[in-house]
Design a protein around this ligand. Structure first.
Ligand code: PRX
Length: 674
């Protein structure tokens, strides 16, 4: 981009032929009779929710949660799109995740089995975790933090991350987690937008056997002033030297460690803000997605129980998501603890110190419910089945997928190699573990489309059915529901409990982004198709959002980063299909006339520059230096054509280009470079 984007946020569907390519199209896997018999949730929930959606959610809210004051109205939708759920109710998220389980005699149950990358381990029972959260709540309050204040969290996957989130929730402070892989610049803009008063971080973490620093990014983010941060609490994790700002910085061990373990949780309004989580949209500026308390807890708890068939007294659950993403919020920090589950938390990468690390963890802790992303599954496929075959995976009984569509080949591999594998002696199970492909978003807060493992006959590659109480549809350009066998845009017709309540500080942007395309319906930004049975297949984003390894990145955000480099005149970024990561970032750049270096060195420098501006995950896989970019007469870059080039196809229809020789110029220039 050269100017602020003028592009309309949605384009035509580009993945319309996905269904035709399936080789497992007719496969269906019904739950075994035994699984169905023992399932926590049966088919009757659909009918119940259809009959009276708010009443269904009210029942879940009252059964799954303990309210300090009951609500008087389930849903107030009098001022759409601003919903209020469980009006008049008061609830404390941390009390629900912790104290009440201890009061109910579950204090000795393991809440978290933590496995550090170097192999260190820690176990927290519910009683111990409750105590830690109370201490953290006291420590944060002693630093002057009060209800409604914002806390930026920049932590690795260590128990202190969960403790911090719950301590914030306990005192009504609003956490804003920034993924540890984001740069100091990205951290700064999020701290400033949320006006955080406290930052919680660590000296660093471990990555592939080496210490990796976090604190320097915080120091850099806070270096220029212009922010409202008063205190920084630092967890000692990898023992690296850190710069210390006297008066501002406090070691976790000194503040939290010394705090009292007595703390009484009070109820907060059901609509009290619980957290802000920044996510990429169609413009360069990330959006602070706002979630509130009662509805979010209700839907995360219900879906976690129903979709994973959670039996909290016997299951061991492991979600591999980082706390920096919404999955790590809803399905690591909140729902498993609300549901009194035992969960595994792992700090590191799947290949450290060897490629069987995850399977080793599953064997060690006898994980029964496993939730991960298609990009990980495809990586394991590449590494080969002989690696998981070395481990005992017989404990697995439900497998989840999230973040992007899981291609049918990966789905079948997941089922055969992970879900149907007793391991070691090559035996098959009597009944392979069902796979639940879960579609949802940062904005939806909780799972929205997914099979129920004891009810649904699953299909490889499809998320299939809206969950009970969720009104999802696929509509055409005019907002009309498409018939079975047709594709269109994914929308949500009715408000749902865990829905975002807005974009932090920007109600207009909330309306424009999600509620202007189809007025009364929420527009998710995804293309989808209903098959002949009415099951839903997700077909990818229809806007300028990319999905790289299940992480959401905006084309415009990376373009902004590129043009902020002095050598770049213009940039256009596309997500090109990639076998492992789903999509990969491919950037087309026009260099300034005075740029002296036009070869490999500038390409390397630009990749580093994007890493610094946004974070390593945003670094383009490929940067192509081109003489021109294809634009319409109104100046909009036609990314569709660039995507064709990036994916090695003949460029498609270029008739709306201002100059239709440009695609030829671009392809010629790339040929010359090769
Ligand atoms: O395009 C969809 C894709 O991820 C987007 C949401 O990204 P994010 O807010 O980062 O949340 C990811 C984790 C919930 C969606 O708009 N997506 C997520 N899950 C699936 C999916 N696409 C297809 N199938 C899924 N199961």
């Amino acid at each position: 981009m050269s100017n602020p984007p003028t592009a309309a946020p949605f384009g035509p569907l580009q993945h319309g032929d996905a269904l035709e390519n399936l080789s497992y199209e007719d496969s269906k896997f019904a739950p075994s009779a035994e699984f169905a018999r023992n399932a926590v949730v049966g088919a009757e929930v659909y009918a119940e929710a259809d009959a009276d959606r708010p009443a269904f959610w009210a029942r879940q809210a009252r059964e799954l949660l303990t309210w300090s004051r009951d609500f008087t109205q389930t849903l107030d939708w009098s001022d759409p799109p601003f919903a209020k759920w469980f009006v008049g109710g008061e609830i404390n998220a941390a009390y629900n995740a912790l104290d009440r389980h201890v009061e109910n005699g579950l204090g000795d149950r393991t809440a978290i089995f933590f496995e550090g990358e170097p192999g260190d381990t820690r176990t927290y029972t519910y009683a111990q975790l409750t105590e830690e959260v109370k201490k953290a709540a006291n420590a944060f309050e002693s630093l002057g933090l009060a209800k409604g204040d914002r806390v930026a969290v920049y932590l690795p996957m260590i128990p202190e991350a969960v403790i911090t989130l719950l301590a914030c929730a306990r005192i009504g402070a609003v956490h804003s987690v920034v993924f540890g892989g984001f740069s100091a610049d990205a951290l700064r803009s999020r701290i400033e937008d949320a006006e955080a008063r406290l930052v919680v971080t660590a000296d660093g973490t471990w990555r592939r056997g080496k210490p990796s620093a976090l604190k320097p990014a915080v120091d850099e983010a806070l270096s220029g002033g212009g922010h409202t941060v008063e205190n920084v609490v630092v967890v000692r994790r990898n023992g690296q030297e850190v710069d210390w700002h006297q008066g501002r910085d406090h070691w976790w061990a000194d503040t939290v460690g010394a705090a009292s373990n007595q703390h009484t949780a009070v109820g907060h309004d059901a609509e009290h803000p619980l957290f802000i989580l920044y996510t990429s949209g169609t413009t360069g500026r990330p959006k602070g997605i706002l979630h509130t308390t009662g509805g979010y807890l209700t839907q995360t708890a219900f879906t976690h129980q129903a979709v994973f068939d959670l039996h909290p007294d016997t299951d061991v659950y492991w979600c591999t998501a980082d706390i920096g993403w919404v999955t790590g919020h809803s399905y690591v920090a909140y729902a498993p603890l609300i549901n009194a589950a035992t969960q595994v938390m792992y700090e590191g990468t799947p290949d450290s110190p060897h490629q069987g690390r995850w399977w080793e963890i599953i064997e060690k802790y006898k994980v029964s419910i496993f939730y991960t992303a298609p990009t990980a599954i495809r990586t394991f496929m590449k590494w080969g089945r002989d690696i998981p075959d070395r481990y005992d995976l017989s404990s697995l009984r439900v497998l989840g997928s999230v973040g992007e569509s899981i291609n049918p080949e990966a789905w079948m591999w997941y089922r055969d190699v992970i879900g149907d594998n007793v391991g070691k002696n090559g035996e098959k199970k009597d009944n392979p573990a069902p796979i639940v492909d879960t579609w949802w978003q940062t904005e939806t807060g909780a799972q929205m489309i997914a099979p129920l493992p004891g009810v649904t006959a699953t299909k490889p590659g499809s998320a299939q059915v809206p969950l009970p109480g969720i009104a999802v549809d696929v509509v055409d350009e005019a907002g009309e529901s498409v018939p079975d066998g047709h594709g269109g845009f994914l929308v949500i017709r009715e408000p749902w409990p865990a829905m975002l309540r807005g974009i932090w500080g920007d109600p207009e942007r909330f309306k424009d982004t999600y509620w202007s395309r189809f007025q009364t319906m929420y527009f998710a930004g995804d293309g989808a198709k209903k098959d002949e049975d009415g099951d839903i297949w997700l077909l990818g984003r229809v806007d300028d959002v990319m999905n790289i390894s299940g992480h959401r990145l905006s084309t415009t955000e990376i373009e902004s980063a590129l043009v902020s480099h002095p050598a770049v005149a213009e940039a256009a970024v596309v997500g090109a299909a990639d076998e492992t990561t789903g999509q990969a970032v491919v950037a087309f750049v026009i260099l300034r006339c005075d740029a002296t270096d036009t070869g490999d060195a500038i390409v390397q420098e630009l990749r580093t520059h994007v890493g610094k501006e946004i974070g390593p995950i945003a670094k383009p896989k490929t940067i192509l230096v081109v003489p021109e970019l294809p634009k319409t007469r109104s100046g909009k870059i036609m990314r569709r054509l660039l995507k064709d080039v990036a994916e090695g196809r003949e460029a498609g229809d270029a008739t709306t280009l201002a100059d239709n020789t440009i695609m030829q110029t671009i392809t010629d220039s790339l040929k010359i470079r090769k």
